[in-house]
Design a protein around this ligand. Sequence first.
Ligand SMILES: [Fe+2]
Length: 312
Amino acid sequence: MTEMVRVGALRGIVMRGPGLPETLPFYEDMWGLSLAHKEEGVAYLRGTGPEPCLYGLKEGEVFGIEYIHFAMDSRADMDALYEQVSGMGETVLGAPAEFDDWIGGYGFEMLDPDMRRLRFRCEARELDDREEWAMPRKVSHVVLNTPDLEGREAWWERVLGFRASDYSADQMVFLRCNSNHHSIALVRAHYPSVNHVAFEVPTINEFMRAIGRMKQKGHVPSWGPGRHGPGDNPFAYFVSPSGFVIEFTTELQQIDETTHEAQVWPRDVPEKMDQWMTAGPPTPAQRAVMQGRPDAGWPELAQQATVGKAFQ
Ligand SMILES: [Fe+2]
């Protein structure tokens, strides 16, 4: 049996919802991203690294995820991943092909069992590195709410080669595709939705300064700053103008595949969840906003006749 193909890395995410492109100034003036490209109905935001789109703002009727964006190292890996997932009978939205959007490159798309669109791309446009202090460099992780935690964990592992790095009680699993402790995490919930998206700033000093920049502009964290147990990463959560939860993070744990063993972190030992004991547990309001708004995903959009625009 040949070894299974693993997803290479998380590139970013494109969000959609009513009025999302109009929230661009928040990300430019406060969050620390910059506009990389804009076209009809969608704005692509970059960080200081080479990735052309960390966060996309797309106009749409339903608040949710337009697509989650992953990288593969090469066309050979891309084709092998496609063979793997289509061979398992998963829902793919066409064979690997050249993308004709601004980011370019080669790849394909598929749906996860919660009908979320996943886009895999290699040979994407690369931007010049920017030397700017206290700005997000990349997307660290995307956390998804799901009504079937165990089933979805098994799916990400079996189909895309993710591995469980840790668990938070019986409520959450942290999944890695490379040395980062988690690129995707899943949370037990009543319906599929986005829990939050985390942006990595390079150092703890810059992490604090980024929080300070937000505070000076009138935005205090809705939760944090604190330091998580699983992943060992500092966190500060904010609520975006469209009601999505976004996070600054840094220093995410790096996993050594030869020695790491997943553990179940307890939730009833405060210092295990909040190492600095600065954040406290999430408030009911924070939990509510992290539950997100129900997003039926791609088929609903297909009914709105946007399928022909899938590769835009
Ligand atoms: Fe997070």
